[in-house]
Design a protein around this ligand. Sequence first.
Ligand code: HEC
Length: 107
Amino acid sequence: MMKRFALVMTLCLSSSAYAEEDIAEVWKAKCKSCHGEDGKAKTKMGQKESIDDMSLPAWQAAESDEEIRRAIADGSPKNSKMKAFKDKLTPAQIDALVGYIRTFKAK
Ligand code: HEC
């Protein structure tokens, strides 16, 4: 019984590892052009719109998961360049992007 449980857990863990790779692709395809590969927004759009550097610990601390999720799903009320992605991404992808953005935090 425990063995079977362990097997199921292993399968779950490996499929989430796959999802992680997947979400890096989503970031590259849909977010990187403005936010940069590393979330630092050292891009043309980033400079023009003064997009926040997501690697800053202060930024990471100020933004809750919920706020990040909302910005991705509904867009930014402050800047229409940050569009709503809720029709283009699944809720699971949006959650995964929140986690992905957390990995940008500078060590
Ligand atoms: C066309 C350029 C563009 C693209 C593409 C883009 N963003 Fe943004 N994003 C912005 C701008 C501009 C802001 C700053 C908005 C503001 O000041 O409130 C922003 C802000 C954000 C914020 C922070 C909102 C806040 O409360 O400060 C998050 C999180 C975010 N983007 C996530 C994403 C994700 C995830 C993607 C890809 C699915 C994405 N963005 C794609 C332009 C873009």
